[in-house]
Write a new protein. Sequence first.
Length: 141
Amino acid sequence: MKQELKERINSGKLREMFLYIIFGGLTTVINICVYFVCYYYLKISNVAGNIAAWILAVLFAYVTNKLWVFGSKARDKKTVMREISQFFAFRLGTGLFELAMMYLCVDVLAYNAGIMKIITNVIVIILNYAASKMIIFVKKK
């Protein structure tokens, strides 16, 4: 049973999902920790703290997604620039979604900032995986 599980994880799709969950989790931890430090300890505004957290998390996510999760071997300038621009464009879109949700839920509706940060991150992770898998790091056949 243990060997069967190991084989499934190493078989491409499950391995990719496993790595995305691991690195997505680490990206989320970076995002949340930076946000909490900015908002709760440094007393930076909700929006500014969210932007700082987003920037650091996206930089980490790009490197880990390209190299380990989706294993992009692209090294030619044109393909790398396409990957980078699409990655950051999609992350900007989901980042703006997260920012809008955090502003609405925390600043307007006065919901708990920590709980809302976690909820919005779960939604963003799902959207980002779909974009990376189906659009950004598509392997040529």
